[in-house]
Design a protein around this ligand. Structure first.
Ligand code: KG4
Ligand code: ZN
Length: 342
């Protein structure tokens, strides 16, 4: 059975994985850069690129050793070629090219968003196309109809901040540190969401998209007013964000054709309140709800290797350029905000 080496370096995780075509993850390693970025309250691109450059080669060697394999044993090298922080993407892609050249292996350039979009199929062989995917992370916030490998219809995207970004900014406003999502969720459990009134941008809008910038600004103003407990602010923020996500995903379900399931991926899928609400939304539509294990939801290389498995037979040129932007659905109409996070 064939095995793909996957490499991920588009944001702040340096990762390598070996995945076999029967969906077995033979080995995977992830080096997080949380400590490097924590003093700045967010990812600093230059620091990220340097950290990837320092760590990636030994990480790949260790991943191969974990599986008792050598480069000669892999059938293809797949790497994230975008979208993402360009310095990091270049480190991963150049490493993949060097390995492909040295080992005379096919190079498979992977769209990071496709990695997320197909990861539910790594975890769940029964998941059939087409499915509706809500992709919510620190860098991405979109709803896609996943029809097959390379076949994506983007139904909605954010016109400003991604959902995880809104959680991270709220955490910063409340002094909770980085990464903020888990901290906001923890604090929200101790608060009363009804004590602070916050806006729900685009709720009920005929336009399918997401918006979170106004919500984050409202949290900042409420914090500066100094009358509310932080826990109540966190709870109110999470409730408002959740209401928006559910409303927008319901809207997208109305736009999509027949789908087999409602699927969530991306780091925010870790949020228990949002997961529960999505599960209820799926049930409301008579659909199964699929959420891959958390380790596959957040950035990882197993999803990149798996996308490589799905694309076995492809052999990209050694001059394939890293892409800071790379929409999954090139036909999707541009949105206000210029699709910065698309
Ligand atoms: O997928 P991911 O690891 O990296 C990106 O591609 O961005 O997602 C990280 C994002 C961060 O914004 C983080 O704050 C958010 O996911 N996140 C959460 C939770 N856990 C992680 N947001 C809300 N609630 C959580 N429990
Ligand atoms: Zn990601």
């Amino acid at each position: 059975m064939r095995v793909v080496l996957g490499i991920e370096s588009s944001c702040d995780e340096t990762a390598a994985a070996l995945v076999r075509e029967d969906r077995t993850i033979l080995a995977q390693r992830i080096a997080s850069q949380d400590e490097e970025h924590r003093p700045y309250g967010g990812v600093v691109p230059e620091i990220a690129a340097r950290a990837h450059a320092d760590r990636l080669a030994p990480l790949i060697a260790a991943t191969l050793a974990d599986a008792g394999m050598q480069l000669a044993d892999v059938d293809a090298v797949a790497a994230t070629a975008g979208p993402g922080l360009i310095g990091g993407v270049m480190v991963g892609l150049v490493s993949a090219k060097a390995l492909a050249m040295a080992g005379d292996k096919p190079l498979i350039a992977i769209n990071h968003l496709e990695g997320h979009a197909l990861s539910p199929r790594l975890a769940d062989p029964a998941l059939a196309y087409p499915y509706l995917l809500l992709l919510v992370s620190g860098g991405h916030c979109q709803v896609l109809e996943v029809r097959g490998v390379g076949q994506y219809r983007r139904l909605a995207t954010t016109i400003d901040d991604a959902l995880g970004e809104a959680f991270d900014k709220t955490a910063k406003i409340l002094g909770l540190g980085y990464p903020g999502g888990p901290a906001v969720e923890r604090l929200a459990r101790e608060g009363d969401p009804g004590k602070v009134r916050l806006p729900r941008p685009l709720l009920g809008s005929a336009e399918p998209h997401f918006s979170f910038a106004g919500l984050k600004s409202a949290v900042l103003r409420a914090k500066e007013a100094g009358i509310h407990a932080d826990a109540d602010l966190a709870a109110a923020f999470q409730q408002a964000a959740l209401d928006c996500v559910i409303d927008r995903t319901r809207h997208a379900l109305g736009m999509a054709g027949d789908v087999t399931a409602l699927v969530v991926a991306g780091g925010v899928a870790a949020n228990q309140a949002i997961r529960t609400a999505l599960q209820e939304l799926a049930a409301e539509h008579g659909l199964p709800f699929v959420a891959p294990p958390l380790a596959l939801c957040t950035d990882n290389a197993a999803m990149i290797a798996w996308a490589g498995v799905e694309r076995l037979g492809q052999n990209d040129s050694l001059d394939f350029a890293a892409r800071p932007r790379w929409p999954l659905d090139p036909d999707a109409a541009p949105v206000r905000g210029a699709g910065v996070k698309a």
